[in-house]
Design a protein around this ligand. Structure first.
Ligand SMILES: Nc1ncnc2c1ncn2[C@@H]1O[C@H](COP(=O)(O)OP(=O)(O)OP(=O)(O)O)[C@@H](O)[C@H]1O
Length: 278
């Protein structure tokens, strides 16, 4: 692992068995057509606390989505383990909700019904009144009350993504997994939605693992930034601690010298790996 001299780094800061989410020595390979194997991830170790917002950054194809899918239970590791509260993750579960870059809403259901469907599936013991209240609360959380009865093709991309986030949060997961959640949005919408998600997270504080290509987004939103080396055989190169206290004000943190030091450090790390790849 590349050690940073300027910032606290390390993939194993928490002792095994003491973390909320523990990714231990993950190797993931796929068989190739010629009978060989393509090793995507080669020895990834990471521990995440139950109230921590983690961003994962790395060049395209290094295996970020693969790693997130293993936490979601959608992919199996070739070796190593992923545990949530000490329990091995083997399949998807409602305590780990995923938000994708491309909104995966059911087009024949309204905004409200899309959220309600997830609530019905997971919160089976809730009463009808409780379910209605949960749906309304989460619609309000992402400012979608007025669009509640619209269908997905009647709302904008940013609104669709807000429905996806409200749906994920409505079933009260212990962990939110987001794969470039703002990647498909224009800059203005992206900025607004980042703020909304951060507002919600600052109140609820569940564990978040978010993939992004945007260093500013990672610095604004997360507590730590995981920098991945290039694939194949990708691993965690460095972990940057983001020291700004929550609630965060984007302009305020951007005025600090530390922000630019961290930003340059992350960009230089990515440049270094990009150059190696050329
Ligand atoms: N099912 C699969 N079979 C074979 N190879 C796969 C499979 N899924 C992913 N890969 C390969 O694994 C590598 C990592 O893919 P992954 O999507 O995790 O990267 P990523 O870092 O998320 O990329 P991006 O930033 O472009 O989304 C890529 O080389 C990809 O082609």
């Amino acid at each position: 692992m590349t050690k940073s001299t300027s910032y606290p780094t390390g993939a194993n800061e928490t002792l095994p068995g003491t973390g909320f989410l523990e990714i231990e020595n993950i190797v993931k390979s796929y068989p190739t057509a010629d009978g060989g194997e393509f090793v995507v991830l080669d020895g990834v170790n990471l521990t995440i606390k139950e109230d921590e917002y983690i961003s994962v950054i790395g060049h395209s194809g290094c295996g970020k989505s693969t790693l997130l899918k293993m936490v979601a239970g959608l992919e199996k590791a070739t070796s190593g383990s992923v545990r949530l509260e000490g329990k091995e993750i083997r399949k998807p579960g409602a305590e780990r909700m995923m938000v994708f870059q491309h909104y995966s809403l059911l087009p024949w259901l309204t905004v409200k019904e899309n959220i309600r469907l997830a609530v019905d599936e997971v919160l089976k013991k809730a009463t009808r009144a409780e379910k209605i209240s949960i749906v309304n609360e989460h619609l309000a959380m992402v400012n979608l009350n007025t669009a509640a009865d619209k269908y997905p093709d009647e709302i904008s991309g940013g609104m669709k993504q807000r429905v996806g986030i409200a749906r994920a949060l409505a079933i009260r997961p212990k962990m939110l997994l987001m794969d470039e959640p703002f990647g498909a949005l224009d800059a203005l919408t992206r900025g607004k939605l980042q703020r909304q998600v951060l507002d919600i997270w600052e109140k609820q504080r569940q564990a978040v693992m978010m993939i992004t290509h945007d260093v500013d987004e990672a610095l604004y939103m997360s507590d730590r930034i995981v920098l991945m080396t290039n694939g194949p055989h990708a691993k965690i190169g460095e972990i940057l601690e983001v020291p700004f206290p929550h609630p965060r004000d984007r302009q305020q943190i951007r005025e600090s010298k530390e922000y630019y030091e961290l930003r340059n450090h992350a960009l230089n790390f990515l440049d270094r790996y990009f150059t190696q790849d050329e």
